[in-house]
Ligand binder design. Structure first.
Ligand SMILES: CN1c2c(nc(N)[nH]c2=O)NC[C@@H]1CNc1ccc(C(=O)N[C@@H](CCC(=O)N[C@@H](CCC(=O)N[C@@H](CCC(=O)O)C(=O)O)C(=O)O)C(=O)O)cc1
Ligand SMILES: N[C@@H](CCS)C(=O)O
Ligand SMILES: [Zn+2]
Length: 770
């Protein structure tokens, strides 16, 4: 019979049990007993998630998707590719050592972390050197398999495929081409797969999402022989592709010696038609229908219609699945019904009826498979309920607001253009702010201390009133300002104490957004985010940041930078509506932000930063789609930022990505000042900025805020000097790589005092040289 399955389940737990267990473990002495306790939490969560899959009626439970920190790091540990610089033995790797690779330790910095394709999840970047060896590694996958089998489940283990594992890594220490490591890697995959076969596994899922990219010829050329080698010893292989269409690799994929192929039909529904033409008789096709990247209830009838032709051709060889792993959606909508100690239930019943989280998606997949195989009438109640929900969502009066559409229609080109070119604005701004050379500032947030979070939780739960909360946050603002004055910074910030998250905070205030209570999604390691839902037309009923920012500005004569999250980042880090183009939603958010920017200016705020850390992350995976995306993303930023006078200084900030390939787009934003993460790359990025002749002001980060380590002022001075080799002093700012919300005050006090000292040293050197 046609199989129903998922590509992976969220591991964080419906109540973020894994997050709390991890953080407890990291705070502990990390003894073998502490490790055993952590393993026990993992086993409990795995057992619970498999039971959910079985009870929903899936034919396989997915095993191997539960990573302690990250699934790429897990795969490296399985193939014994622990970077030599840590000095660990892969076969005897302890949990403590595994986490040290992800988080660093006294003598070794953490492995790099970057975005998982175009998602807001971060993976650990493999390090490949000429000496990288693969071999026997940890046995976690087999331990999990034994647990699943002991519980009576039919297990489908999942591993990241060898091509993707190599692709996602970085070459180091003179390695020219990581693909040359493939012959060393494949025997280890063969051993793993043979062992899975010996353990009675009939299907293994090998994830190769890189097929959704424009893959270079050399990588495509080795695909066939790679899978030929693996297939010799493996159980039946299901090669999964996701996050985009793979039609350009269709001939290659159809001919691969694997038993099945998975397609993401949520992202690229049109590819089904092409793939079922001449679909090989000996292969199954897994249809990734139910969206693993969004939370809207599935339109089951539409999918049933879409799959009918494929089913009539393929019969039981057509499987039904989630489009990708469910890692990217919250665990269970049921949680939204529950009040908890820290938060009352927030979503109203109508909105809830439009949604499906991971647990609900299991039922959708099973219902779809059942309707396909046995007829819609067998699951008519489920289908009718879904149809009803989709229909009320389509026709709800909560979604469309004519005045938002009108504002969008009335936008002119001039609305996305400052009134004068940068040089004129810069002159006016210099006159206005009279900042020293190499002005020092920060990116916005200061430590989110337990007291701040407690005050917010108390306020939300009604234990303290509005005025008490306001006063508590104002006290934190005063404290942040006093410290910034003490450090000697030139441009101050209010510190973002009142923000639970840079997107969620705005989501709570913008119309058209809704906030869940427990809709947490893993961002990296133990860190989670709660993406808001954008369900309707967006506008700002009232100013969102003016009160906090003007309060801060009233406390000081130095300029206080207003702090906003940009339209693309809000879009990228939310669950977005699927009934209109992303570009339209981005422009709606941009208009709401434009109002905020103008309100800040009117309230006397002279500098306003609009953060766009997710601009690069939103770049489509295929080059052909880049230009269209960049055009609307730039337009959205410029609509948000261009309503102000020339003497108002617009800043933007970017981090968490490599920006080398979108420099023209960054320049086109025409922000007066750009702060950007550069420390870990030793200012390498600035070479590209200089080569491109980036025209406006730049603050390359000189303090790596991801690490608890505080750099010396000499290190920071060296980075400033390095930056001066690329950027003229008049256009150079000095700041950390990103916000400081994850650091503690001891680190921040020390680091920023040293940063200001470093800027002063370099200023002195410049003055002496002049
Ligand atoms: C810049 N980054 C961000 C990304 N995406 C975002 N949406 N936001 C970002 O800032 N993507 C790229 C990066 C990823 N980086 C990070 C860094 C840090 C975190 C993080 O620390 N997350 C926190 C959760 C933050 C939050 O919302 N806190 C709430 C409290 C929520 C809570 O736990 N409440 C308790 C009750 C209160 C209590 O007792 O403490 C509860 O619900 O039980 C707040 O401040 O109010 C995390 O803990 O993981 C994420 C991404
Ligand atoms: N203003 C934000 C930007 C993070 S990318 C902060 O400082 O946390
Ligand atoms: Zn940042």
């Amino acid at each position: 019979m046609s199989v129903a399955h998922i590509l992976g389940f969220p591991r964080i737990g419906a109540r973020r049990e894994w997050k709390f267990a991890l953080e407890d473990f990291w705070r502990s002495a990390q003894t073998p007993e502490d490790e055993a306790a952590l393993h026990q939490v993992a086993r409990t969560l795995r057992a619970r998630h498999w039971a959910l899959q079985r009870d929903a009626g899936l034919d396989y439970v997915t095993v191997g998707d539960f990573a302690g920190y990250d699934h790429v790091l897990d795969t490296l540990a399985h193939v014994g590719a622990v970077p030599a610089r840590f000095g660990f033995d892969a076969q005897t790797l302890t949990l403590a050592q595994y986490f040290q690779m992800a988080r660093g330790h006294a003598t070794q910095p953490a492995m790099e972390m970057t975005k998982w394709f175009d998602t807001n999840y971060h993976y650990i970047v493999p390090e490949y050197t000429p000496d990288t060896q693969f071999g026997a590694g940890v046995t976690g996958l087999f331990d999990a398999l034994t647990e699943a089998q002991a519980a009576g489940h039919r297990a489908k283990p999942v591993l990241l495929g060898p091509l993707t594992l190599l692709w996602l890594g970085k070459e180091r220490d003179g390695l020219q081409d990581r693909l040359t490591l493939l012959p060393r890697l494949l025997p280890v995959y063969c051993q793993l797969l043979a062992k899975l076969r010996a353990a009675g596994v009939d299907w293994v899922q090998l994830d190769e999402p890189i097929f959704a990219l424009d893959l270079p010829h050399a990588w495509r050329a080795v695909a066939h022989s790679t899978y030929e080698q693996l297939a010799l010893v493996a159980p039946q292989l299901l090669l999964t592709t996701y996050f985009g269409a793979v039609t350009e690799h269709m001939a290659l994929l159809k001919a691969l010696p694997v038993a099945g192929l998975h397609l993401d039909l949520a992202r690229a529904p049109e590819q089904l038609e092409a793939f079922i033409e001449d679909w090989p008789e000996d292969k199954i096709l897994s249809a990734g229908m139910v969206d693993g990247r969004n939370v809207w209830r599935h339109d089951l009838d539409a999918s049933l219609t879409h799959l009918q032709k494929a089913h009539s051709r393929l019969g039981d060889r057509l499987w039904v699945a989630s489009s990708c792993s469910l890692l990217h959606v919250p665990v269970d909508l049921q949680s939204e019904l529950e009040n908890t100690r820290s938060a009352p239930a927030a979503l109203d019943p109508e909105l809830r009826s439009w949604l499906a989280f991971a647990t609900q998606k299991l039922d959708e997949i099973v219902a779809l498979r059942c309707a396909l195989v046995a007829g819609r009438h067998k699951v008519s109640k489920v289908f009718d309920a879904a149809a009803q929900a989709c229909s009320t969502r389509r026709t709800s009066t909560r979604i469309h607001h004519a005045f938002v559409a009108r504002r969008l229609a009335e936008l002119t080109e001039g609305d996305a253009q400052r009134n004068a070119p940068y040089e004129q604005r810069a002159w006016l701004q210099r006159e206005r702010f009279k900042l020293p050379l190499l002005p020092t500032t920060t990116i916005g947030s200061f430590p989110q201390t337990p007291e701040i979070r407690q005050a917010r939780a108390d306020f939300k739960q009604g234990r303290i009133g509005h005025l008490a909360y306001l006063e508590a946050m104002r006290a934190h603002i005063r404290d942040a300002l006093a410290r910034q004055n003490e450090y000697g910074l030139d441009v101050l910030v209010h510190g973002e104490a009142e923000r639970n998250d840079m997107v969620e905070y705005f989501g709570e205030l913008l119309a058209g957004f809704a906030i869940t209570t427990h809709g947490w999604v893993q961002s990296y390691g133990s860190r989670c985010v709660k993406p808001p839902l954008i369900y309707g037309d967006v506008y700002a009923p009232e100013p969102m940041t003016v009160g906090w920012t003007t309060y801060a500005q009233q406390q000081t004569d130095k300029p206080v930078k207003g702090m906003l999250t940009g339209p693309v980042t809000m879009l990228q880090w939310a669950f977005v509506r699927d009934d209109q183009p992303r570009a339209t939603t981005a422009l709606q958010i941009a208009l709401a932000l434009r109002d905020e920017v103008c309100a800040l200016e009117e309230a006397g705020i002279g500098m306003i930063q609009i953060d766009e850390p997710a601009l690069r992350e939103g770049l489509p995976l295929k080059v052909d789609d880049h230009a269209t995306y960049l055009a609307w993303a730039i337009q959205a930023f410029k609509v948000a930022s261009s309503g102000v006078a020339n003497h108002t200084q617009i800043h933007t900030h970017m981090c968490y990505s490599e920006f080398g390939d979108i420099l023209p787009a960054i320049a086109a934003l025409d922000a007066d000042v750009l702060s950007i993460e550069t420390t870990r790359s030793n200012m390498e990025l600035l070479t590209s900025f200089a080569a491109f002749a980036y025209p406006n002001e730049i603050g390359p980060g000189v303090y790596d805020i991801h690490s608890p380590r505080v750099p010396t002022s000499e290190e920071m001075a060296r980075l400033i000097q390095l930056a001066l080799e690329h950027i003229p002093a008049e256009r150079l700012w000095v700041n950390p790589d990103c916000g400081l919300k994850t650091r503690d005050w001891t680190q921040v006090d020390e680091a920023l005092t040293r940063m200001v000292k470093a800027a002063q040293q370099v200023r002195g050197a410049l003055a002496r040289a002049a």
